[in-house]
Design a protein around this ligand. Structure first.
Ligand SMILES: Nc1ncnc2c1ncn2[C@@H]1O[C@H](COP(=O)(O)OP(=O)(O)OP(=O)(O)O)[C@@H](O)[C@H]1O
Ligand SMILES: [Mg+2]
Length: 423
């Protein structure tokens, strides 16, 4: 009277579920729920089934996480207990796990589970100091849903470090915005209240969006961008805004970004169609400000066309100018985009690119790289391969590049700083 053990197959599912389900009350418990077991089986995680006379009488399943595997469950038909089936299933399961390059196998069992001795014999060492803690997070799934509905997501963790140069703006934003939010208790000891809303203004391509994303990355908060076009899908733009802020209220933490906010909150003139939308946003901000662990970042190229009530104290904590990079900042940005190629005379590029925005520099660098690439294509058989764009390529690209920021824009920006900035 013996059993056969085979790899789990799809048509075993009902029988295995029945085994797991019907043996749970018999002391064959697991810290993994039935749903988790089914999910693992469906995802083709390693599992084996013992059959006698065509009838499944035991199953063992595991879940692989990198070099470690967790035994999720060994379920044995009560009639087959005490005959070594559990050990046999475990052995077979282990073989699969070793094939899957697992280096460490863990099995968490209830204190009084009888299998304990068998595990010892199978070479498992009990870790007496280990205690299993568990916390149910019923809201986790819902939070993920809300975030997906809002089109929000967690950004890579290194975006802050990738902002080249711009040290003055970086330091300011770090001290005023990021650190009080990241270390609220420390800030509170000094009576500093973390900001809840900030505005970034400056000419196109200076890095406003880049900074907003970098802040979310640095804080480890999801980044949720509200786009007027997407909000209007819900009917009216005002209703869309209301709905979006209600959903954001369900998130534990978030950085909410509204780009080109002058489109949503322009100066309210008598007949403006946006009047209601501006009012709606003004009404929503106080509620938003009541929650910890959230930050509204609004960006604009045209701070002077915003409704004056919009940016006032109490709504926005800081109104921060982001201008064109100075020489030091340009040097850092050029170094980033020339990939620290030693032969390139970065100082010459810095001198030739006065008033260039980071976006202009990025564009010129791409143009130069493309020119070098095309030259390489046109001269086949060169060996060793040419080292890519040189100083001349970059200078040519700079000369060719249409600068975004004009003298007039610089004057306007300087005037805007004295009339609007609050840092
Ligand atoms: N400090 C920086 N270092 C390197 N690249 C940067 C930096 N700032 C911006 N960039 C690059 O320049 C481009 C434009 O930046 P970004 O979109 O953030 O500007 P913006 O101020 O939001 O522009 P707009 O006003 O047009 O929305 C992006 O491709 C970004 O990667
Ligand atoms: Mg932008």
């Amino acid at each position: 009277m013996n059993w056969l053990i085979h790899d789990y197959r799809e048509d075993d599912l009902a029988a295995v579920v029945h085994l797991i389900d019907s043996t749970a009350e018999l002391g064959q418990e697991s810290v993994f729920s039935l749903a988790e077991c089914i999910a693992a089986l469906t995802a083709r995680q390693p599992a084996v089934v013992a059959v006698h006379g065509g009838v499944p009488v035991g199953a063992a399943l595991a879940q692989v996480a990198g070099e470690r595997a967790w035994v999720m469950r060994i379920a044995i038909d009560p009639a087959w207990r005490g005959r070594g089936l559990a050990s046999a299933l475990l052995r077979e399961l282990e073989r699969r796990l070793v094939e899957a390059r697992v280096r460490r196998i863990a099995y968490v069992l209830p204190q009084d589970e009888l299998l304990g001795d068998g595990l010892h014999n199978a070479g498992y060492v009990r870790r007496p100091a280990a205690a299993y803690f568990e916390k149910a997070e019923p809201a986790a799934g819902r939070t993920a849903d809300v975030l997906a509905e809002l089109g929000g997501r967690l950004l890579p963790g290194d975006l802050w470090d990738k902002v080249a140069g711009m040290e003055a703006e970086k330091t300011l934003i770090e001290r005023r915005v990021v650190l009080p939010l990241a270390e609220p208790e420390r800030a509170a000891r000094h009576g500093v209240r973390p900001p809840r809303a900030i505005a970034l203004f400056g000419p196109p391509g200076t890095g406003k969006t880049t900074f907003a994303r970098a802040m979310a990355s640095r804080l480890g908060w999801p980044f949720v961008e509200l786009l007027p076009s997407g909000l209007a899908d819900e009917g009216s733009l005002a209703a869309g805004l209301r709905e979006a802020f209600a959903r954001i209220g369900e998130l534990e933490r978030a950085l909410v970004f509204i780009d080109e906010v002058e489109e949503i909150a322009p100066v309210r003139t008598g007949a403006s169609a946006m009047h209601g939308v501006t009012n709606e946003l003004l009404k929503l901000i106080p509620g938003f400000r009541e929650h910890d662990e959230r930050l509204l970042v609004c960006a604009t190229n045209s701070v002077r066309s915003l409704d004056p009530a919009f940016l006032r104290h109490g709504r926005f904590d800081y109104v921060i100018p982001i201008g064109t990079p100075d020489e030091v900042a340009r040097k850092a940005i050029w170094s980033r985009f020339t990939e620290q190629r030693a032969a390139v005379d970065v100082d010459a590029l810095v001198a030739a690119s006065d008033l260039f925005t980071p976006a202009d520099i990025e564009h010129a660098a791409r143009t130069a790289a493309q020119a070098a690439f095309e030259r390489d294509l046109a001269t086949p058989g060169t060996d060793p391969a040419p080292a890519g764009a040189g100083t001349a390529d970059y200078l040519a690209a700079i000369a060719q590049c249409r600068r975004t920021v004009t003298g007039e824009m610089v004057e306007d920006f300087t005037a805007d700083i004295s009339s609007h900035a609050r840092v």
